[in-house]
Design a protein around this ligand. Structure first.
Ligand code: CU
Length: 230
């Protein structure tokens, strides 16, 4: 999860999120360069006196200020389209998890020889007994997933539009009533990843956090069988 005074992204826990970070850093180069250029030109204009301004046509300048933004757009579009393609590229998932948004909690449906359904409610501050658990982010039943495994997440909602979002995994998908949306993930490492509903969905929108726990395959199957027994 994020920390107080944090200004950069949270650590990436999936390959795709790492690529998002790279794309962000890459596009920031253009943003900074353009900002500096604009500030420079603008301050030149502000400092110089209007009596010295000469308005003459210069085709070479016009040509460049038309073509260079085009190059910038192409330089940004290629990696961006590439990323869009990889976000959708998950043809053979090993595990499929359905996340269902409700006002105001999440529930998860997992198929592991039989259907497993769990409800995931936020733990309120007065019930947060264990030391070190984050306020407004911890849930009673975490979603456990295996790492290093191709996973498909299908989002759905029973009432209004919610969004299932976990920043460290590079996930954000709307949960829309009457429609199934899917995203693919492969988590790189074990860990506990926090997220929140990211679509204003009503009075308790802020109180439906998401906690994903990535574990190894064996622990995952043990968890599944424990739930189906209880
Ligand atoms: Cu919501």
């Amino acid at each position: 999860m994020s920390h107080p005074q944090q200004i950069t992204f949270q650590d990436a826990a999936s390959h795709l999120m790492g690529e998002f970070h790279h794309f962000h850093d890459f596009s920031m180069i253009f943003v900074v360069a353009i900002t500096i250029l604009i500030i420079y030109v603008l301050s030149l204009l502000l400092i110089s006196s209007p009596t010295h301004w000469k308005f003459t046509e210069k085709q070479q300048v016009e040509l460049w200020w038309t073509i260079s933004p085009g190059f910038v757009l192409i330089a940004l579009a290629i990696p961006s389209i590439n990323l869009l393609y990889w976000m959708d590229e998950g043809s053979n998932p090993n595990v499929t998890i359905k996340t269902i948004g409700h006002q105001w909690y999440w529930s998860y449906e997992i198929w592991d020889n039989q259907l497993i359904v769990i409800d995931s409610y936020m733990i309120h501050l007065e019930n947060l007994t264990q030391e070190g658990l984050p306020r407004l982010l911890e849930v009673d039943n975490r979603l456990v997933i295996p790492y290093n495994t191709d996973i498909r997440i299908i989002t759905y909602s029973t009432d209004v539009i919610h969004a299932w979002s976990v920043p460290q995994l590079g996930l954000k998908m709307d949960a829309v009533p009457g429609r199934l949306n899917q995203v693919f993930i492969k988590v790189d490492r074990p860990g506990i990843f926090y997220g929140q509903c990211s679509e204003i969905c009503g009075a308790n929108h802020s109180f439906m956090p998401i906690v994903v726990e990535a574990v190894n395959n064996e622990t995952y199957h043990n968890w599944c069988s424990n739930i189906s027994e209880s």
